[in-house]
Write a protein that binds this ligand. Structure first.
Ligand SMILES: NC(=O)c1ccc[n+]([C@@H]2O[C@H](COP(=O)([O-])OP(=O)(O)OC[C@H]3O[C@@H](n4cnc5c(N)ncnc54)[C@H](OP(=O)(O)O)[C@@H]3O)[C@@H](O)[C@H]2O)c1
Length: 256
């Protein structure tokens, strides 16, 4: 029996680990050929070796020309592009008064300008294929907090960008949607747990429970639970979903 993404090609940023890697694995399991992009060539090479038909492109996507080069690499490899997933992101948390311009510029360069540049470069190819883009933002874009000013504002900007590009996509036959992960168990979350444990003198399990309790969820999410939603958004069952922003957060966001 055919798989739902057989014959499709995808570019996934932030695919050397965490949510992006899990998305790349899921899309490959669904039949897509995937270009995995991130900085760590060794990690990408090791992961891609286990994914038939897939390839990798190592680059710092916060640099101006890098997004277009990643798109070119995918198009050269696969002869076109059906799906773009932007999961690369690294924004610094902390006291607003201590976060300098460099921290803000770094966070925006990768997550927001990375999205803008990837979408701009991929758009003609997605238009040609009637494809789609999925931007990985984060619930911090909806629920502001004092220690997450960079990530929160970047995610809010990504949500607006999603709606704006979806508007254009109506005319161009490109679907654009976003996912807001809640707390998902990746190295990023483990780092946060360790920091809180140090700050409050807790063991890591107690620190993890404290983070879950603060956001009112029963448990943390798994990267597979984000990848499954990307797979749905990329597939035929989501053909009328345009400009959606899906909170995949275990119930964290309660606002309508
Ligand atoms: N985990 C969560 O709880 C959570 C919650 C809400 C939103 N999110 C969002 O989901 C996305 C993925 O998060 P994650 O938890 O999977 O993070 P992660 O485990 O830290 O992975 C981040 C990925 O981005 C890549 N990356 C970082 N800097 C890069 C750069 N300059 N150029 C190219 N690639 C770069 C990393 O690879 P290299 O280091 O090899 O470049 C890695 O593949 C992020 O945008 C994050 O903000 C995550």
């Amino acid at each position: 029996m055919g798989r739902k993404l057989d014959g499709r090609s995808a570019l996934v940023s932030g695919a050397s680990r965490g949510i992006g890697l899990t998305i790349a694995r899921r899309l490959a399991a669904d039949g897509a050929r995937v270009m995995l992009a991130a900085r760590s060539a060794a990690a990408l090479q090791a992961e891609t070796a286990g994914l038939p038909g897939c390839a990798f492109h190592a680059a710092d996507l916060s640099l101006p020309g890098a997004a277009a080069e990643a798109v070119d690499a995918a198009v050269r490899q696969f002869g076109g592009l059906d799906l773009l997933v932007h999961s690369a992101g690294a924004t610094q948390r902390g006291d607003f008064l201590l976060l300098d311009d460099a921290a803000w510029a770094d966070g925006y360069a990768l997550k927001l300008f990375g999205a803008v540049r990837l979408c701009r470069a991929a758009w003609p190819h997605l238009r040609a294929s009637g494809g789609s883009a999925v931007l990985i933002a984060g619930v911090g874009g909806r629920v502001a907090s004092a220690d997450f000013t960079i990530g929160g504002s970047v995610n809010a900007a990504l949500m607006n960008l999603t709606k704006a590009l979806a508007d254009r996509g109506v005319a161009d036959s490109v679907r654009v949607n976003a996912i807001n992960p809640g707390s998902i168990r990746t190295g990023r979350l483990t780092g946060r747990i360790d920091t809180l444990a140090r700050e409050r003198g807790l063991d890591p399990e107690a620190a993890a429970r404290a983070i879950a309790a603060e956001t009112g969820v029963a448990r943390f999410g798994e990267p597979e639970e984000i990848a499954g939603v990307v797979s749905f958004l990329a597939g035929p069952d989501a053909s009328y979903i345009q400009g959606a922003i899906l909170d995949v957060d275990g119930g964290w966001v309660r606002a309508v």
